[in-house]
Design a protein around this ligand. Structure first.
Ligand code: SF4
Ligand code: SF4
Ligand code: SF4
Ligand code: F3S
Length: 345
C-alpha cells in the first residue's frame, strides 16, 4: 500500500459554475494534448464536463464507492465498466463527405457504446417547465491531499509531487493492479489495456514545470476556470477558496480532500403556476447543491448573492470582479507563460 507524503505546496483548480457554458473546450483540449486516441486510450477523457443533475461520466459514478469512511479508513469501491464509461464513437465521415451521395446520406454513429458516453445526458437536467434547471460540472482528477488511489496501490506507483502536490503515476512501477481505480471515489482513473497501466490527468505537469497553465484552464472561453497555488495569496484560487470561501470541493464527504473547487451556481427564483415569481425560492434546489458540495454551500451562495447585490447597486465587489475576470490571464495564477514561446522536446 502506498504512503501519502504531503507536498510542500498544493496546486488547485477552481471553476465558476455560473460561467461554465458547457462548451467542452477544456475536455477536447485535454484529450487532444494528452491521451489522444491511440489504441488503449479511446475511452480516456481526463477532463469531462457533464450536465447536472445527471448520471455523470462514468454513468452513476457517485455511487461506485471508494475514498475514506468517517474513521479515515480506506474504502475500495468498484471499477466502472467499459459500458458505464461509454464513448467514443466512430462516425460515417467517409460516406458523408466523400461518397458523392449528397443529401441521401446523413452522419451516423457506426461503432462505439450504444448506451453511454461523455455528457450523454447533455442539457437534460431536472425540474419541469417552467422551472426546469441544469448547470455544467467540469471534472478532472482532484489531485487530492489524501489520495485514496495512492494509498490503494500495492506497487507504490502513485505519488504526490513534492513541489506542486500533483498526484502522478510512475508508469515503470505500475503493474496494472487497478486498485487505484477502485479506491478513487471520483472514478477519474482509466485503464490502458494495450499498455497494462492505469492513466489519469497529469495536471499538465510538463506545462506547469515551464510556467504554463494547464490546457483546460488556459483554453476556457467562458473565463470560468482558474488555477493557482492554494498558498499564493495573489492567486484568485486562493482568494476564492480561503479568503472569500465561495469555492468548495465536490463531495467533501468522500474524505480525500480534493483540490478542485467550485463556485456553486446561483439560480433565478422559480415561478408559481400563475407565472408570478416565488421570490423566496431558488430554482436549483439548495438540498441538491448541498448533496454535491456539503453544507458550506449555503454560506457560499449567501456571499455570492450579497456581492452580486453590491455590484448591482454600483458598489465595489472584489469577489465579483475576480469572477468576472476582466483580464483573462489573472485566472492563471503564477502560470502566465505563453506556451508558444517554448520549444517542447
Ligand atoms: Fe486519486 Fe481520484 Fe483523488 Fe485523483 S481524484 S487524486 S485519482 S483519489
Ligand atoms: Fe487534462 Fe491538463 Fe486539465 Fe489534467 S490539467 S485535465 S491533463 S488539460
Ligand atoms: Fe466550461 Fe470552460 Fe470547460 Fe467550456 S472550457 S466547458 S466554459 S470550463
Ligand atoms: Fe497501482 Fe493502479 Fe497501477 S493500483 S499498479 S497504479 S493500476
Amino acid at each position: 500500500m502506498g504512503t501519502v507524503v504531503p507536498s510542500k505546496r498544493q496546486l488547485a483548480w477552481a471553476f465558476d459554475l455560473n460561467k461554465c457554458i458547457g462548451c467542452q473546450t477544456c475536455s477536447v483540449a485535454c484529450k487532444v494534448l494528452w491521451p489522444g486516441d491511440d489504441p488503449g486510450t479511446e475511452q480516456m477523457w481526463w477532463m469531462t464536463v457533464n450536465t447536472q443533475p445527471g448520471r455523470g461520466t462514468p454513468r452513476d459514478w457517485e455511487s461506485m464507492g471508494g475514498g475514506y469512511d468517517a474513521d479515515d479508513k480506506l474504502q475500495l469501491g468498484r471499477i466502472a465498466t467499459e459500458e458505464e464509461i461509454g464513448g467514443g464513437w466512430n462516425f460515417n465521415y467517409d460516406e458523408v463527405l466523400h461518397s458523392g451521395r449528397g443529401r441521401d446520406v446523413h452522419l451516423e454513429k457506426v461503432s462505439g457504446s450504444k448506451s453511454w458516453g461523455m455528457n450523454w445526458d447533455e442539457d437534460e437536467g431536472a425540474g419541469s417547465f417552467p422551472n426546469a434547471y441544469f448547470f455544467y460540472l467540469p471534472r478532472l482528477c482532484n489531485h487530492c491531499t489524501q489520495p485514496a488511489c495512492l494509498e490503494a496501490c500495492p506497487n507504490d506507483a502513485i505519488f504526490k509531487h513534492a513541489d506542486t502536490g500533483l498526484v502522478l503515476r510512475d508508469e515503470e512501477k505500475c503493474k496494472g493492479a487497478q486498485m487505484c481505480r477502485r479506491a478513487c471515489p471520483y472514478k477519474k482513473i482509466y485503464f490502458n489495456k494495450m499498455r497494462n497501466v492505469s492513466q489519469h490527468c497529469i495536471g499538465c505537469f510538463p506545462r506547469i514545470e515551464q510556467g504554463v497553465a494547464p490546457a483546460c484552464v488556459r483554453q476556457c472561453p467562458g473565463r470560468a476556470a482558474f488555477v493557482g497555488f492554494l498558498d499564493d495569496a495573489g492567486s484568485i484560487v486562493h482568494k476564492l477558496v480561503s479568503k472569500w470561501k465561495v469555492a468548495l470541493p465536490l463531495h467533501p464527504e468522500f474524505g480525500t480532500h480534493p483540490n478542485v473547487y467550485y463556485v456553486p451556481p446561483l439560480s433565478p427564483a422559480p415561478l408559481h403556476e400563475d407565472g408570478s415569481f416565488n421570490a423566496a425560492g431558488q430554482r436549483i434546489p439548495p438540498d441538491y447543491l448541498e448533496k454535491l458540495f456539503g453544507s458550506d454551500v449555503h454560506g457560499a451562495l449567501d456571499v455570492l448573492r450579497s456581492e452580486l447585490d453590491k455590484k448591482r447597486r454600483g458598489q465595489d465587489s472584489d469577489v465579483m470582479d475576480a469572477l468576472i475576470l476582466y483580464r483573462w490571464k489573472d485566472a492563471l495564477g503564477h502560470l502566465t507563460r505563453d506556451p508558444a514561446e517554448i520549444v517542447w522536446k
